[in-house]
Design a protein. Sequence first.
Length: 275
Amino acid sequence: MPEGPEIRRAADRIEKQIGGRVIDDAWFAFPELASQASALVGIQVTAIDTRGKAMLIRFANQQVLYSHNQLYGVWKLHRTDQPPATQRSLRVRLETEGRVASLYSASDISLWQADELDQHPFLARLGPDLLSEHVTAADVLTRLALKQFYRRSMGALLLDQGLVAGLGNYLRSEILFFAQLHPRQRPADITHDQQVMLAGLIVGVTRQAYELAGVTNTQAWIEQAIASGESRRQWRFAVFERAGLSCHRCGDIIERMMVSSRRLYWCPTCQSGIK
């Protein structure tokens, strides 16, 4: 499933396609939405936001189109006279000035009034979005100290969208590796300096992944990995997808474990948990 950086990059592409423009035609596959499509015609698209893995298309009439791609949803951008060649099921189609944004295969789609979004059952559970809101390392540090997060193992905590929205599986492995923390350690177990480093990496690694299209590794380690014959799938990461390969930092062998029913990659030496 795409993580926060991939959803934010998709939002940027949609904003470039239809942002600031007036809707000429709207179409929804689901009957409960189809009856509302005409109300969007003649309305300007004012912004494309993200909250974690959810997309929010905002309109000038204060309506907001919520969508979550889940595993199979995908937005395709195209001209009106050049529909994409795909076998996927069309769910949403927004047309403006000959430009179209079409959502395929997603099932979690709804229209909301902007002032009622905080009542959405998914959005209401989310922490601040690392890429669409002005979240600082100090903000994350404060949240790590909250009662509901402070004594939870970080292998599970970094998948909890209630802490901050946008983190996912590859980001979890990368952040813990750079912080040199074991997945079973808790914020309560580490020093204040380690907490500060962790908070900074949660923000920094996520933003790097957004800016560099999913690349979280350092340039020096990327060059080292490419020289060793690693594929992009491996060299883009410092530790994720690298089980059985040598740790860039210490040379030990990267291992894979399952945490919260999802794979996590780590270095037994760099992330031993010993203070």
